[in-house]
Design a protein around this ligand. Structure first.
Ligand code: FAD
Length: 381
């Protein structure tokens, strides 16, 4: 069943068409081989940048696409159906541009945002540390003011695009006042003392480099601080609300790809003289998979439309991330089941989808943390 999209404008419909073409031509044919080789497709991000897909939800006056979030997310979903590494990369880049776009001064935005949205540069987001993951407010990387600079010392962990990014959004401690002692700095990747470590050896999403970044006496100009001193944690959380919707869209795209592969296979595979899709045990499994994907899509679109309308959407984003990523885990696992023994081999993509789905339940706040966000909102009333 083709995905039917309710898009707000003809321009958005064209954008989705362009994305589908690009994903089929440039992403899908390369995904399996490059994932197996753990190669990062840097050149593909330039192709996406030229097509205008690296700054979609930001204002056109700064070089963005001026698209509502609901459209941007459907683009991410299409990319994820073809190759999760690329969709996640677009989501992380978009997240990394948010602090400047939302909290920068007019002068800062005019100076740096057009290049960041222009398609040539790639961003990364540095919040997590080896000893502070879910409890991100306890981070210890220090930025100490020294004249016109901050001097940064510490280690950031799990940085997506570490070593390949052109700029890093860094959350660092500028005072001992807990989460209120954190500030955001926009750090160019080529500063002396900033060193990316060897990439983590991961279960999936292997083409997307994830590594620690060590900051050893890195001097960052104070004019690169975004927002006020101490505002960094609030900025980080606000960026994550939007980022979680990006992950939800990634999850829906991945789950849709697994569903499509499973339906195709079940139509063609015969046992006991019938196509296996004619066995109710298989078709009910596929029906549940399709229902989960449609529900997850509806949930992220609802949260995106709230965001586009300027309404609070944090708990809804957490619900979308939680439900969509749990659905992706279930749907990809069930897709392997539909393929039987063949599903457990690398001859078909579903084993990779299953490995890739797992991380979606972990990053940008584990699904336990999403429940915490939703539960707190319920408690507040
Ligand atoms: C591939 C990958 C890419 C990533 N990319 C980035 C990135 O670009 N930038 C970035 O900053 N970070 C990134 N991360 C880090 C990611 O956001 C963290 O791994 C995540 O927030 C969890 O932190 P942790 O790994 O330290 O786990 P912990 O916080 O140590 O959690 C361990 C377990 O305890 C549970 N737990 C913790 N606290 C609670 C609680 N209060 N209630 C219930 N359960 C709890 C967690 O849910 C989890 O199951 C990435 C991680 C991965 C794996």
């Amino acid at each position: 069943m083709p995905v039917e999209r309710a898009l707000p404008t003809a321009e958005a419909a064209e954008l989705l068409e362009l994305t589908r073409d690009l994903a089929a031509r440039e992403l899908a044919p390369r995904a399996a081989e490059m994932e197996a080789a753990s190669e990062f497709p840097r050149e593909l991000f330039r192709v996406l940048g030229k097509a205008g897909l690296l700054g979609l939800p930001y204002p056109e006056e700064y070089g963005g696409g001026g698209q509502p979030y609901e459209v941007y997310l459907q683009v991410v979903e299409e990319l994820a159906s073809a190759w999760l590494t690329v969709a996640e990369g677009v989501s992380v880049h978009t997240l990394s541009c948010f602090p400047l776009a939302a909290y920068g001064t007019e002068e800062q935005k005019a100076r740096w945002l057009p290049d960041m949205l222009g398609g040539d540069l790639l961003g990364a987001y540095c919040l997590s540390e080896p000893e502070s993951g879910s409890d991100a407010g306890s981070l210890t990387t220090r930025a100490v003011r020294d004249g016109d600079d901050y001097v940064v010392n510490g280690t950031k962990a799990w940085v997506t695009h570490a070593g390949v990014a052109d700029f890093y959004n860094l959350m660092a401690r500028t005072s001992d006042d807990g989460p209120r002692g954190i500030s955001t700095l926009l750090v160019p990747a080529d500063l002396a003392g900033l060193e990316s470590q060897p990439p983590e050896r991961k279960m999936g999403l292997k083409s997307s480099p994830t590594a620690q970044i060590v900051f050893a006496g890195v001097r960052v100009q104070a004019e690169r601080r975004l927002g006020a001193e101490g505002e960094g944690f609030a900025i980080a959380l606000s960026a994550l609300d939007g980022g979680r919707l990006g992950i939800a869209a990634c999850a829906v795209g991945l789950a849709q790809a697994a569903l499509d592969a499973a339906v195709d296979y079940a139509r063609g595979r015969r046992q006991f003289g019938s196509a296996i899709i004619d066995f109710q045990g298989v078709s009910f499994l596929l029906a549940d998979m399709a229902t989960g994907v449609a529900a997850a899509r509806a949930l992220y679109l609802d949260a995106a439309r709230r965001r586009d309308a300027g309404r609070p959407y944090g708990p809804q984003a957490a619900m979308a991330k939680l439900f969509a990523t749990d659905t992706a885990m279930k749907v990809t696992t069930d897709a392997v089941q539909v393929f039987g023994g063949y599903g457990y081999t690398t001859d078909y993509p579903v084993e990779r989808y299953m490995r890739e789905a797992k991380v979606l339940q972990i990053f940008e706040g584990t699904n336990q943390i999403q429940r915490l966000v939703i539960g707190r909102a319920l408690a507040k009333g």
